[in-house]
Ligand binder design. Structure first.
Ligand code: DX5
Ligand code: ZN
Length: 219
């Protein structure tokens, strides 16, 4: 199965968001990764509904929305209405994770769960068959441009094993510090989707960087 590149617009130029979304549309990226931060679950605030809605007006790729917020349940329908195709919540923010996943699917979105670097894969054992996407955080959430945490490889291998043994269809997404230095090794360990913010948007030629990263991931 072809490995997916998901550029993170957290690293885009918000004063030129249409231009940057069109760059993604015209690139080999399949998804657009959209980071929502509330200043409570993580020590940073990114953007909210009007901005996501504006992105949706231009986006032609799958909108992969990563919620770094507390109480995500109250906004599930609203995220659907502003264009989310995939809605990922944090394990650490959901007391009733199973219920939250069912609510996301009832709203006709794919349901994702993100795990912080300190959270073991084993916590997903009893819900893995209900999940469409597991986002393994390879940095502490809240900021772009951080260094990749090496312990991630071990977690990818463990998760791949859990998915295969359980018969789950969940995809494995890696989020944080992804570059051409770790892309191939991540995919070899079992990753399906690579999120890349700074590596894409700080590059001189972002569309070519996406193309090269995709080629590496599929080599
Ligand atoms: C971190 C976000 C990431 C971030 C990745 O909290 O969830 O999606 O945008 O950015 P880079 O690729 O720069 O680490
Ligand atoms: Zn993210």
């Amino acid at each position: 199965m072809t490995k997916i590149i998901a550029p993170s617009v957290l690293a885009a130029d918000f004063a030129n968001i249409q231009r940057d979304i069109e760059m993604i549309n015209n690139s080999e990226a399949e998804w657009i990764h959209i980071d929502v931060m509330d200043g409570v679950f993580v020590p940073n605030i990114s953007f909210g509904f009007p901005v996501i809605k504006a992105m949706q007006r231009h986006a032609k790729k799958t909108m992969d929305v990563h919620l770094m917020i507390v109480n995500p349940d109250q906004y599930i329908e609203t995220f659907k209405s502003v264009g989310a195709d995939i809605l990922t919540v944090h394990y650490e923010a959901c007391t009733h994770l199973h219920r939250t996943l069912q609510a996301i699917k009832a709203a006709e979105m794919k349901a994702g769960v993100a795990l912080n670097p300190h959270t073991p894969i084993s916590v997903l054992e009893d819900v893995i068959r209900d999940i469409d996407l597991v986002c393994i955080m390879s940095v502490n959430p809240g900021f772009g441009g951080q260094s990749f945490i090496e312990n991630t490889y071990k977690k990818v291998i463990q998760l791949k094993d859990m998915i295969e043994k359980s018969g789950s269809n969940a995809k494995i997404e890696i989020d944080g510090g992804v570059t051409d230095q770790n892309a191939h090794k991540l995919v070899s360990a079992g990753a399906d989707v690579l999120v890349a913010g700074s590596f894409v948007f700080k590059a001189e030629h972002p569309a070519k960087t996406i193309k090269d990263l995709k080629a590496l991931a599929n080599s």
